[in-house]
Design a protein around this ligand. Sequence first.
Ligand code: CP
Length: 327
Amino acid sequence: GSHILSVNQLDLDSIQTIFNVAQKMTPYALREKRTRVLDGAILGNLFFEPSTRTRVSFSCAFDLLGGRVAETVGMANSSLSKGESLYDTARVLSSYSDVIAMRHPQSFSVKEFAEGSRVPVINGGDGANEHPTQALLDLFTIKKELNSNGMTIDGMHIAMVGDLKYGRTVHSLSRLLCMYKNITFTLISPKELAMPDYVIDDIENAGHRVTITDQLEGNLHQADILYLTRIQEERFPSQEEADKYRGKFRLNSAIYTKNCKSNTVIMHPLPRDSRSQANELDNDLNNNPSLAIFRQADNGLLIRMALFALTLGVADQLEQYECPVNW
Ligand code: CP
C-alpha cells in the first residue's frame, strides 16, 4: 500500500516478487482470461507531460484487472494552471481514487505530490530524475532477452547510448543494475550529455566496470544489450541547444551488423524520434529479431498490472475473481 517513487525503494527480493506477479498477468494481458479483482477501484491517471505508452498502459492495466480509470487529468485542464499546489491537488484527487499514477516535468514533483496524497502514488516519470516503472519493465525485458541468449544479468555488458544526462530511464535502470554483479557499462554520449556523476558513482560503488566515450562505432563489439535513448529535447534550455545533438548517434542495420555481435539485444524506451534529422534508431532494423523495443512496451503492461495488484494487495486473488471472457 505504499508509494512507488524511486527504484531506490526496491531490492532484489521485491523485484523478484514484481516479476513473478508480472509473469502471472500474461493470460489476462493476452485476453485469454479475465479477472475483476479490482472491481470498484478507481485509478487517477495524472499526466502533466506528453505520454503514449506509460499513460495508456497504466490505464489499460487497471482496466484489465477490472478497475475503472478516472478521466485523465493534464496540466492544461487542471487547476495547477491557476497556481494550485501539488500538495492541495493531491489531497483532493486522492479522495476520489484508490491509487494514482502520475507524470510531471519537474524532478521530485511526484514525491511532493505523494506527500499530500492519502492513497498510493506511482511515479510515471518526474522530469529528468526517475522513471521507475520503465526501469522495471526494462530490467524484466533484459532478463528475458538474455535468458533466450543463454545469459544472465550478472556478468552482462550493457552499452547505453544517447542523451544520458536528461534521459531518466537510464538513470533509473542503472541504479537497478547496481543490485546485480559484475556488469560492464559502456556509456556513449556527447560529452555535454554524459551520465550524471551521482549515477556513475552508484555504478562504480556497486563494483561494476564503466567506460565513458563519445564514439558509437568501435565501442559496441562486446555489448549484450544496446540501450538507445532519444535526445530529450524538451529538457534543454533552448531548441537551438537541442538541435546541436540531433542525429549524433544513429543505429541502422549496416552499423549494427558491422559493430555488434549477431545477438546483441537492441532496446529503446521509446518514443524514438522518426524525423529524418534525428532518427536514432532506423526503421531498417524493424524486422531484426534482436530488436526488443516492442517487446519492451508489451512488458510494460504486465509490469504495471503487477504493480497495481501488489500495491492494492490483490496479487494472490486474481484467480478467485476470474470471469468469462465474453466479448
Ligand atoms: N517509454 C515511455 O515512457 O513512453 P511514453 O513517454 O510514451 O509514455
